[in-house]
Design a protein around this ligand. Structure first.
Ligand SMILES: [Zn+2]
Length: 412
């Protein structure tokens, strides 16, 4: 068999994605498959069935991560790991996460059909709770597996109803016995939708992210002075919401002002008492800054922090700032990033180098082993929404790139 000419079955990949999309399907054409929900369980059950049909050994670890293990000629060699996640955002889309799992499954099916043996074992993985929307934080189970987070701390995370992640793992029958602990890997591959507009804009089919942007989170708390809005003159007011409004615009202007590759966002805001006839006396909002350059992000934050302090002082609104979370930018293995580009060229697919603005389980894997990702375009650059979409032919193209990247790695 000429391995070079090997291709995945695009129709079968499409049908697997469509079948998965019925689990948690929303009326508007999206998917709601929150981690450790009944829908997540059904998707996991289906994945396990499909993996067993291929003769894979299925192992569920104590964080609910599912591994489908395909043997290699030499089982003593560290495996090639590939996968993503089957959970989704609330009112999420049909491609985020699941494409990486179904893409990896399609690779295993293609190898199985053609009776191709590889030198190294190939393991597929579904990481529990990548999204972090039901239990924060995101990417928790790959974090535990990588040794970056504590298992018992992860078990104790609660959802909005007070149910813990540990209880819910048990309830859906996916609290496995295997330790959620890293083992030596040869490399890690993750196939994903881009979730942004760059590939579409540049008319490319394949993206080779050189890594994941740094991520800095801050929480800002402002105090004002509440009063009846009618009798209180404008002069001398201490309106916490007005102070926040000025600050939010400073965040929005920050990337333009600083230049470089950076985005800055205020995505969450709470205003108290949130009444139309009381001057707001308490506001909380979040700041999210991402860049390829950690120092640039820190310098930018320092600038905007000084603005915040000046605005707070001018408006007489005491401010408190918490540095909530900082993750350094994560450069992928240059050799594997180039492999994505080379493989795309071999397959006649237009490809480009880029960065990943979103976090992925690949970020934790990158701390352990050589890691890279394969991106395909998101139509309209939309993701984490019900209209999230990717052309079937692009799904197939990305899976072919994944197939040949994995084959090269598995025969090293
Ligand atoms: Zn994802």
């Amino acid at each position: 068999m000429d391995v070079q000419s090997l291709r995945v079955n695009g129709k079968r990949l499409q049908s697997s994605l469509q079948q998965m999309a019925t689990i948690g399907a929303t009326p508007a054409g999206g998917v709601q498959r929150l981690t450790l929900s009944d829908e997540d369980k059904r998707a996991r059950d289906l994945l396990c069935t499909w993996l067993r049909e291929l003769g894979c050994e299925v192992v569920v670890d104590e964080m609910g991560n599912i591994f489908g293990k395909r043997a290699g000629r030499d089982s003593s060699l560290p495996p090639v790991l590939c996968g993503s996640h089957v959970d989704s955002q609330p009112k999420g889309g049909r491609f985020d996460g699941i494409l990486g799992v179904m893409g990896a499954l399609e690779v295993l099916r293609t190898l199985h059909d053609s009776k191709i043996e590889t030198k190294r074992p190939i393991w597929l993985v579904d990481w529990t709770n990548e999204e972090g929307s039901r239990f924060a934080p995101a990417m928790v189970a790959s974090g535990v597996w990588a040794g970056a987070l504590e298992r018992d701390w992860a078990y104790a995370r609660k959802d909005i109803q007070g149910k813990t992640q540990g209880e819910e793992l048990e309830r859906i029958g996916y609290k496995g016995k295997a330790a959620a602990r890293k083992v030596p890997l040869h490399c890690y591959w993750e196939y994903h939708i881009e979730q942004g507009p760059m590939l579409e804009r540049e008319h490319k089919v394949i993206g080779a992210p050189k890594g994941i942007l740094c991520l800095h989170w801050y929480d800002v708390y402002l105090e004002g002075e509440a009063n009846q809005v009618g009798p209180t003159p404008m002069e001398g007011r201490h309106d916490a919401l007005c102070a926040a409004a000025e600050m939010i615009l400073k965040v929005n202007e920050l990337p333009g002002r600083m230049g470089g590759n950076m985005v800055a966002t205020v995505g969450e805001l709470q205003n108290y008492p949130n009444s139309r006839n009381i001057i707001p006396d308490r506001v909380h909002f979040t700041v999210d800054i991402r860049s390829w350059d950690d120092e640039h992000a820190l310098r930018s934050w320092e600038l905007v922090r000084q603005d915040f302090v000046a605005i707070a002082e001018r408006r007489g609104c005491p401010i408190r700032i918490e540095e909530t979370w900082r993750v350094k930018h994560s450069p992928f293995d240059e050799r594997l990033v180039n492999r994505v580009l080379e493989t795309a060229t071999e397959l006649g697919l237009p490809a480009m180098r880029m960065v990943s603005g979103a976090g992925h389980d690949a970020g934790y894997m990158n701390q352990l082993t050589s890691t890279a990702m394969v991106f395909v375009p998101s139509i309209g650059g939309r993701s984490h929404v019900e209209c999230e979409n990717t052309k079937w032919e692009d799904c197939e193209a990305g899976a072919n790139v994944l197939l040949h990247c994995i084959l090269k790695s598995a025969n090293e």
